[in-house]
Design a protein around this ligand. Sequence first.
Ligand code: FES
Length: 354
Amino acid sequence: EALAGKKVRTIEGISTNGGLHPLQQALIDRGAIQCGFCIPGMVMSGVALLGRNPDPSVNQIKEALRLNLCRCGGYLKIIEAVQLAAQAIAGKRTPVPRPSYGGRLVGVSVPDKEAEEKVRGQLTFADDMYLEGMLYGKVLWAVHPHAEVLSIDTTGAEAMPGVACVLTAKDVPGRKGFGMMVPNQPVLCDTRVRFLGDGLALVFAESVEEAEAAVAAIRVEYRPLEVVGSPQQGMRPEAPRLHEEGNIARHVLRNVGDIERGLREADVVVEGDFTTPFVEHAYLEPETGLGVPAPEGRVAVCCPTQMPFENRAQIAASLALAEDQVRVVSTPLGGGFGGKIDITTQIWVAMGAL
Ligand code: FES
């Protein structure tokens, strides 16, 4: 109703004859595109701005794009691209023809190979993937940061409409934990949860709504335990023991050169405890994955990962498969920054597919 009599313009309708809008072209020419996850939104906000203000100032461009986040941090070039597009639309600038590289890739600016798909909003990220008849998975997350799990009752969820299966820790056929350094993060928790990101059960259903409804029907009894809220607290002797092997995952010592000699010969020695802040990678693309069953019990997992072979080893270990029975296809990353190295949904979607 609110849209009655209004025009709705999408990224498919901003140019004519299948060409690129000057802003799309300017984003490519200016090298403003990195992972591309934010770019369709930047295009639409920029096109809307240029429609109402053909000659915007830098501040007006910033104001128009203020709700569009770019975690890759390409703001300066994006702003320049809007300025270039304004000049192109006003006829003050002719589009730069695509350079021909003639096989030369060193010393020239090469556009992102998926740039055109990115500016058109056509790049297929993992969450855009669709297979006819595929199921949708949802996770039952822990509601306590630290608790004993007394029972998990999935019978109600299993009987819900559209539900294909409900999986818990007992359905993990191989190694129950994952992790690159210490594989002790449960694939699914059965007796204890240790943070709000722990999963307890998976529902695979014919629609997202049915999967969500079934997740809500799973009953879990908890006994809350003392919360360990920081690494510093976890290292204290009186801290609750989180894992059998203790609370320190790894102690990393880095020595470079002859330390004793360096200290002996130094004019000044400064000693202290130094800490660095936590930095979250905060990529824009949500974690997701697609599991595809393959003949003879094999499985393929399509996911945005920076380490497909490491993922494959971990999936295979938890599914009790040989590594050559698991194929990991790395989909375009909507940002990663090192945060898409370890496992998120990969083992879960593989379990669902199988
Ligand atoms: Fe903007 Fe990656 S290019 S979020």
